[in-house]
Design a protein around this ligand. Structure first.
Ligand code: PFF
Length: 449
């Protein structure tokens, strides 16, 4: 029989573990900074509500009903269609690409953990702390070491399977991360940049918002909820039949959003109080948060705790992606878990090497104009593969999959009413696809708003 979660809490924690990660604490603040702040945050919240949440429920329906890996899910539910099986492959490919560079960024968090253990931030000037980031990403040896260590940790977690590996760690570390992040945001409110930082995040100035920003907000709503890359389909395939889909999805989306907003509130006040630019790019959190640790009482200890938690958040997300790839090998290729995990870890590791060298040896290689390898892969995956994958999943559950299946999956727990199902079905059929189509077509220049 297929391995299942030990209970509702196990599933919620694993799914929250997958959702809450570098996307919330590293990526959300820097793309908010790049896209001018408040108006982008507003669109992001809207995207979570009308695209992210309904598609999260759709993935739960698909995964739980099929009880299969991501490719197998589509081929089991619609056996005659090669197109929809292809969509399963698209999800799998997104998981592969994202994990390859996510592991590199996660490696940075390990380096910062090491730095904080060595007390590297205490009493340092802001410029010195900012310089540490550049020194790290341009050093190929360090990039290799930390990327390798991180992928090794993922391998260890996934190889021991759903209950022993994935569940156990999530239970302690996720709640601790929430508490620490709140504490840091509270501290940020006392800094000199508090007013400007909060204003930047919460005051919507629509003149700063572009269509690219809107697409990025939609793409990020998928990235942050681990959608369109098989993670939630695969995790839902280990879910018991009597677990309620809608309440679970709401909780996961809510917690994930709160973490992102609180991370932003912890970071932007500091950005402004130390005179950094909000659009500083992928290095934003690494350049700002250590400055807090350098100045506050017990900063050295808090730095260690924070980077342990951040590394853990990255790990619990990364293992969900590795689980997507591993489950595919186990279910479709009939390989045992051990072999499947090792094979996929090596494959992702090899694919991640160019990302690890993005800012050093391959610094001059721009896959997209002005973007290094890592940034380009993130851009392509987040802004095209995920919105297109999400759109296809919406169409699949809205039009292709038998309505009775999703109705039964959503309402049969006895807690979610037909009204909830109907609202979901309407959104997934009309609202979410329409929003995504308009944004995608505008972005590629086929329509002009
Ligand atoms: N949702 C994770 C985050 O926000 O960091 C990233 C992620 C995890 C993406 C798992 C994709 C995935 F399948």
């Amino acid at each position: 029989m297929r391995n299942h979660w030990s209970g509702r809490l196990g599933f919620i924690l694993a799914a929250v573990g997958s959702a809450v990660g570098l996307g919330n604490i590293w990526k959300f603040p820097f793309i908010t900074g790049n896209n001018g702040g408040g108006a982008f945050v507003l669109i992001y919240l809207l995207a979570i509500l009308i695209c992210g949440l309904p598609i999260l429920m759709a993935e739960f329906v698909i995964g739980r009903h099929s009880q299969c890996d991501v490719v197998g899910s589509f081929s089991t539910l619609t056996p005659k269609s090669t197109f929809w099986k292809g969509v399963g492959w698209l999800n799998l490919l997104a998981a592969f690409i994202i994990l390859s560079y996510y592991g590199v960024v996660a490696g940075w968090t390990l380096d910062y953990l090491f730095k904080s253990l060595a007390g590297a931030f205490g009493g340092k000037e802001p410029e010195v702390i900012v310089g540490m980031f550049g020194e790290l990403v341009t050093n190929p040896t360090k990039q290799f070491i930390w990327f390798s260590v991180f992928m090794g940790l993922c391998l260890l977690a996934v190889i021991s399977g759903v209950k022993k590996g994935l569940e156990r760690w999530n239970k302690v570390l996720m709640p601790t991360l929430f508490i620490l992040l709140f504490f840091m945001a509270a501290y940020a409110m006392t800094t000199s940049g508090a007013k400007e930082g909060i204003g930047f995040m919460l005051y919507p100035d629509f003149s700063k918002l572009t269509m690219t920003g809107v697409l990025e907000a939609i793409g990020h709503s998928f990235f942050t909820l681990s959608l369109a890359m098989g993670a939630m389909i695969t995790y839902a395939s280990y879910m018991d039949k009597n677990e309620p889909i809608y309440p679970m999805a709401i909780r996961i989306a809510f917690l994930d959003t709160v973490v992102a907003i609180v991370a932003g509130l912890a970071i932007f006040p500091i950005v402004f109080s130390v005179g950094l630019k909000p659009g500083a790019g992928p290095g934003l959190i690494f350049k700002t948060l250590p400055q807090v640790f350098a100045t506050i009482p017990f900063g050295a200890v808090l730095a260690v705790i924070f980077f342990i938690l951040l590394a853990f958040a990255a790990l619990s997300s990364a293992i969900s992606l590795l689980e997507v790839l591993t489950a595919f090998m186990i279910d479709e290729k009939k390989v045992n878990r051990k072999k499947a995990t090792i094979f996929m870890t090596i494959a992702v590791y090899l694919a991640g090497i160019p990302s690890a060298l993005s800012y050093s040896v391959l610094g001059k290689v721009k896959l997209l104009p002005g973007m290094e390898v890592l940034d380009s892969l993130d851009y392509i995956a987040s802004n095209f593969m995920l919105p297109i994958g999400g759109l296809l999943i919406a169409i699949y559950t809205g039009y292709i999959l038998d309505k009775k299946i999703s109705q039964a999956e959503i309402t049969e727990d006895g807690r979610s009413s037909l009204a909830i199902f109907s609202i979901w079905f309407f959104t997934i059929r009309y609202i979410a696809p329409l929003a995504m189509v308009i944004v995608l077509l505008t972005k590629i220049g086929l329509i002009d708003i």
